[in-house]
Structure formats: C-alpha cells, structure tokens
Design a protein around this ligand. Structure first.
Ligand SMILES: Cc1cc2nc3c(=O)[nH]c(=O)nc-3n(C[C@H](O)[C@H](O)[C@H](O)COP(=O)(O)OP(=O)(O)OC[C@H]3O[C@@H](n4cnc5c(N)ncnc54)[C@H](O)[C@@H]3O)c2cc1C
Length: 410
C-alpha cells in the first residue's frame, strides 16, 4: 500500500504543504492542472503568523529580500486626516515586519525550493474525482483517465475546488457582488502632499468608497493602488471580457479620483494596461468539516475557507493550515497519536482561528463603514480601542502540538 500524500493544486497552499511535509520526512506529490502554477497577478501582504511559517521552512530570507517590508496600514479620511493605524507586523513585538510581495515572486521562491528538494510536481494533471475511498487509502482519477492511489488526498485547489465536491457535492462558491480593481505605476508618478508613502494607505470617502495605495517591490519603486466596485456575477467568459476591457477598468480607477485628492489624481493619470488586475470576491459558507467521512480526503487553503479581504488574512491563514497540518500528521506518522485524532485536532485548532479572523474582519468592517446619518440611531457601539492582534501574529504552532501530544499521552 502506498504511503504517498497526493496534493491537488500547485498554488501557494499546495506547494508550501509539500515543503512542510518534506521537512517532516513525509513523501508527497503535487498535481497541478495547468502547465505551471496559477499566477493571478498582483501582490499579497504577509503578516508575522505566515512569515513564521515561511521562516520555519527556510524561505523567510528570500521573501524578505524580494518584497517590500513595512509595519502598519493607515486609514485616512478622503481629505487626508488620519482615522486609525492598523498593525500588520512588527519586528519589535512579533519578530517580523509585514511583507508585500508579488505573487509570482512568492510562488517562484517556494517552487524553486520544492524542486531543489526533489519533491515531485506533476503539471498538466487535472483532478477529476475520487474513485474509491477506504479507511486506509484513496484512489483518484484525473481528466486524462489516469488513476492513482494515495494514503491521503489533499485538495489545495482553491476556492473553486473540485476535491471539495467529494465532501460537499452541493456547495458552490458564492459571489459577494464586489470586485477589487487594482493597478500599479512607477512610484515617481505619484504625488502625495502628505509626504513619502512608506506604508499602505486607505483613503475613505463617505459616499465614494475607498482608494488604497501601497508601495511595492523591494525598493518601493512601484505604487500599487485600487478600488472596489459592486458588480453583477459574470460567467467565466464574462469575467474574461470584463478583464480584457482595459479602457473601462482605467476609467473606473480614474473616476472620482479628485475626491481622494492629488495622490489619486497623479496615481491614476497614466495606467499601464499590463499592471491592471481584477479580484472578484467569492466566498464559501463555513464548513463543518474539512475531511471526508473516512478521513482520506481533506481540503485546506481557499478550498476549505474563503476569507473576505478586510483583515488581509486569506493567504496568511492558508500558510497556517498547511504548517499545522504537517506538524500533526508527523506526530501521527511517528505513532504518538492516531491519525484520526491528529486530523480532528488540526481541524478544530484551525477552525477556531479562522472563526476569530472572520470576527476580526467584522470588527474592521464596522469601524470603517461610513458614519450613520446625523440624527439617526447608530446601530452598533463601535469600539475605539486599538485591536490586540498578538493572538493572530504570535501563534506558537510547535508548542501547541507538543502540549497536545503530551496531553494525549498522559
Ligand atoms: C486577484 C486576487 C488578489 C488577491 N490578493 C490577496 C491579498 O492581497 N492577500 C491575501 O491574503 N489574499 C489575496 N487573495 C486571495 C489569495 O490569493 C488566496 O487566499 C490564495 O491564493 C489561496 O491559495 P490556494 O493555494 O489555497 O489556492 P489557489 O491560489 O487558488 O491555487 C489553487 C491551485 O490549484 C490548481 N487547481 C485547481 N483545480 C485543480 C484540479 N482539478 N486539478 C489540479 N489542480 C487544480 C489551480 O490551477 C491553482 O494552481 C487574492 C486573490 C485574488 C484572486
């Protein structure tokens, strides 16, 4: 019988999982439907909880040098008055600054390491379905008709996951009705009367939404910016058409720039089409379980949970999923705990943290919503104190696992 762990999807979750398992001496193969990992463009922001995982996998130095390092985000009124500062990292408090890195740079760093370690990545192999699942193995089929056996099949195949269908045949991702439209220009193009932009800034207008701008690339030579807009759900062809119509996207980014002042006017003046990106926000409902009944098929990353963008935790939580999973699976492989127990603990630990992130998202949205009209009753008491984010940025995954294993063996 095979000992192999089959990972479906060579995205950030799948590739990082392969590395984390390799570190624990567990053999895994990654299967990716495309000819290379999906690169949906743009950059992601990494917070200390994810950077700690990358550090444990010896990837932190690369990431730190390839991305832009900063510590906080600022939220301002459209006129420039500071509303609040939100911590995204801190060398002094958590041992890591935050890092904004191009997705392709991050994938490249991780994939190079995966290949250097001799981990097998099979491209152009698209998962289709599970053919057979027993209490100790799973046989799955790809669209080319090949059948393979694995000890565990892990769906790291994103929000539109096909592996999830094995556990939840009915669930489809739901479009939220909003999409982020973003772009990037040379930093020299941007004029900011408030001084140098050295951290992500979000300008909030009462009736025109928000304009986000952030330095990116290691030397901050580029400025990213973007806005969100309501939009009806599109078919795949519809999204492709929407994305291809660069002139309309430029126009959207330029509309109401004067509301946000010189910074938005200068940033949006001339926008290179190849730097435009669209992020339609899809979600899936909270799932009770991330494993099949027989526990041989699991999902993680975006396949298991979709986190709205407010706290910037989408990819950061996926890194937590994979690292914790590898640590717990290793304990089961060493015979210290049963596989079922390890998987159960993994899921409850991770779901607990995801739940807290979703609650944090809610609190953030509440604070940043426009104030209610004068004279009307505020619907909620909005807390004014700073967020305490140490629970989010300072997890000690190894200590959690050690404590649990000790408890299980006493
Ligand atoms: C435009 C955009 C911008 C974003 N910006 C941010 C950000 O700033 N910060 C943040 O935290 N998050 C951001 N996100 C969300 C973030 O990208 C996701 O949380 C993250 O990519 C999830 O990683 P994943 O590996 O789980 O899934 P994915 O990145 O979706 O990777 C899934 C992989 O599985 C492969 N695959 C799919 N189906 C199959 C199959 N049947 N067989 C084999 N392979 C398959 C895909 O080709 C892909 O390579 C953004 C998302 C988008 C779309």
């Amino acid at each position: 019988m095979t000992n192999e762990v089959a990972i479906i999807g060579a995205g950030l979750s799948g590739l990082t999982l392969a590395l984390a398992l390799h570190q624990q001496g567990i053999k895994a193969t990654v299967y990716e439907s495309r000819a290379s990992p999906l690169n949906i463009g743009g950059a992601v922001m990494l917070s200390p909880n994810a950077l700690k995982v990358l550090d444990a996998l010896d990837l932190y130095q690369q990431v730190q040098s390839r991305g832009y390092n900063f510590e906080s985000l600022e939220f301002l009124k459209s006129g420039g008055e500071l509303i609040e500062t939100y911590e995204f990292g801190s060398n002094a408090k958590y041992g890591y600054q935050a890092n904004r890195i191009y997705r392709h740079e991050l994938i490249d760093s991780i994939l190079s390491d995966v290949l250097a370690k001799g981990i097998s990545v099979v491209f152009n192999r698209k998962y289709l379905r599970v053919v057979e699942e027993t209490n100790d193995h799973v046989i799955w089929e790809s669209t080319d008709g090949q059948k393979s056996e694995a000890m565990l099949l892990i769906g790291a195949d994103g929000i539109h996951s096909s592996v999830r269908k094995h556990i939840y045949p009915e669930i489809e991702p739901k479009f939220t009705g909003m999409a982020g439209i973003t772009a990037a220009v040379p930093a020299t193009q941007v004029v900011y009367p408030g001084g140098k932009i050295d951290k992500p800034l979000t300008f909030i207008s009462k009736d025109k939404g928000a304009f986000v701008i952030a330095p990116q690339k290691a030397d901050a030579s580029e400025m990213f910016f973007g806005k969100q807009r309501p939009i009806e759900e599109q078919t795949r062809e519809g999204w492709e058409k929407f994305f291809a119509d660069k002139e309309s996207l430029v126009k959207f980014l330029q509309t109401d720039a004067e509301v946000f002042g010189e910074v938005a006017i200068s940033a949006t003046k001339s926008i290179p089409h190849d730097k435009i990106n669209v992020w339609p926000f899809y979600v899936i409902p909270p799932l009770q379980t991330w494993a099949s009944d027989k526990r041989r098929v699991l999902i993680l990353g975006d396949a298991a949970h979709a986190i709205p963008p407010s706290a910037g935790q989408g990819i950061n939580q996926a890194f937590e999923d994979v690292y914790m999973f590898a640590l717990l699976l290793a304990e089961a492989k060493r015979g210290k705990v049963k596989l079922e127990e390890a998987l159960g603990t993994w899921q409850s630990y991770r779901q607990d943290r995801i739940g807290k992130v979703l609650e944090l998202n809610k609190q953030i949205d509440l604070r940043r919503m426009p104030a209610p009209p004068i004279g009307s009753q505020p619907q909620h008491e909005v807390p004014k104190q700073e967020f305490d984010l140490s629970w989010l940025y300072e997890p000690d995954f190894k200590a959690e696992v050690e404590t649990w294993v000790t408890m299980m063996n006493n």
